[in-house]
Design a protein around this ligand. Structure first.
Ligand SMILES: [Zn+2]
Length: 410
């Protein structure tokens, strides 16, 4: 092939740029093989390379596209920080921030996704290949999805350890791999057409080789399609149908895994559907929407949550409501020794519904909100008036608790 290229160049008076030419022999070990040392183009020996950046995508000897994904992540991070520096999110609706992500950062992330997307955890998870973590954990480990989650957490104003399931769920946003999957399957469709037409393009030959040897890229895409079709009533003929099926698969996975997540006990009682929550679209004051997001996703400092971590996480003493029990730890320890002791845990329901520390704040709520709080808390989040009212309550409640804790500590 190199000889053909050389004679073609001689015939047409062309020359090959040596500095941009390198030989790579792909192999599973990722080592530089001796076989790659003696390739020549005419008289000149072509140098070998361990990695090569071709049209902006870095290929390595092992054929792994992890380096390519990390490089894309770095590029996307630059965009992310530029957005962070320029925008004051206190005055921008969350839904607009998501649009900014989709139009400024997602195109960077999506570069050449037709090549690398099948090697992401999301696609591997779908085909159940080498899975150690839960499905959602694996998906979140993808470098680019990780960036997407960071952006959503920054937008929601919650800390980085907030449950990913709650973040995906409240933003109603699918992982980037799901959104971009249509581009990959479109590309595969185009290659299939080229194959049927008997095109002479190099890419068609590469596609035929993938198919013939059942290489990873081709195998993963075929397996994903087959896997998705098993849950459907009709075959998935178009890339858009595959993406919709993938969205349904993600929703189902999200639902199963969040219901079994003990950290999301409160969230599971108030969230029934995968969709963008109204409170993120309302343009609420930043501190108000932050408190709502924190309460919903249990990413707060209430003792039920704080008591989950640290050396004494198994002891109930860390989780009780100090206001309702006692602030004196020695007494509390003695109380807990009693058989059938049932301490009051400081969890979301306790602070929202019963803790006397916030009784006056509860009385300031609108009658509708107060009634919904006791009867149907989910409905609070479906109405802009009750959301604002609840948000103000959550914000004041947070301030009061911070003051009480500081007072106790000092
Ligand atoms: Zn209490």
């Amino acid at each position: 092939m190199l000889n053909v290229l050389h004679s073609y160049c001689l015939d047409w008076g062309l020359s090959v740029n040596d500095s941009k030419t390198a030989i790579m022999v792909f192999n599973t070990t990722g080592r530089l093989l001796k076989d790659s040392l003696h390739f020549t183009l005419g008289e000149s020996v072509i140098p070998t390379a361990r990695e090569y950046c071709y049209l902006g995508i870095k290929f390595t000897l092992s054929g792994s596209l992890k380096t390519a994904q990390s490089t894309l992540r770095q590029k996307a991070l630059r965009g992310y920080f530029a957005v962070k520096c320029m925008l004051d999110i206190r005055h921008i609706r969350k839904s607009i921030l998501f649009k900014i992500f989709d139009s400024l950062i997602q195109p960077i992330v999506a570069y050449a996704c037709q090549v690398w997307l099948p090697s992401t955890n999301l696609f591997k998870t779908l085909t159940d290949e080498g899975r150690k973590n839960t499905r959602l954990q694996s998906i979140a480990l993808d470098p680019l999805e990780n960036l997407h989650l960071s952006f959503m957490k920054w937008t929601m104003n919650v800390h980085k350890y907030t449950s990913n399931a709650a973040v995906w769920g409240d933003c109603g946003r699918y992982p980037l791999g799901v959104v971009l999957s249509k581009m990959v399957f479109n590309y595969k469709e185009r290659l299939q057409e080229m194959d049927c037409e008997g095109s002479d393009a190099l890419v068609r030959h590469a596609y035929c080789e993938q198919k013939q040897l059942n290489l990873t890229w081709y195998r993963v895409l075929t397996d994903v399609k087959n896997r998705l079709e098993t849950g459907e009533t009709r075959p998935l003929n178009w890339s858009s149908q595959i993406r919709s099926a993938m969205k349904r698969w993600f929703e189902k996975t999200w639902n199963t895994e969040r219901l079994s997540n003990r950290k999301l006990q409160f969230y599971n009682t108030i969230k029934h559907e995968f969709k963008e929550e109204l409170y993120l679209r309302l343009g609420l004051d930043n501190s108000v929407s932050k408190r709502i997001a924190q309460l919903r996703s249990s990413s707060h400092t209430l003792n039920v949550e704080a008591g989950r971590y640290g050396a004494n996480r198994l002891s109930q003493i860390n989780r009780v409501c100090k206001h309702c029990c006692t602030e004196d730890e020695a007494t509390l320890e003695l109380l807990l020794e009693l058989p059938l002791s049932d301490p009051i845990i400081e969890d979301e329901k306790h602070v929202l519904l019963t803790c006397p520390l916030y009784t006056d704040l509860r009385h300031q709520l609108l009658p509708t909100t107060r009634e919904l709080l006791e009867r149907d808390i989910v409905a609070i989040f479906d109405n802009s008036v009750t959301i604002r009212d609840f948000g103000n309550f959550a914000s004041k409640r947070f301030e009061r608790r911070s003051l009480t804790v500081t007072h106790v500590q000092s």
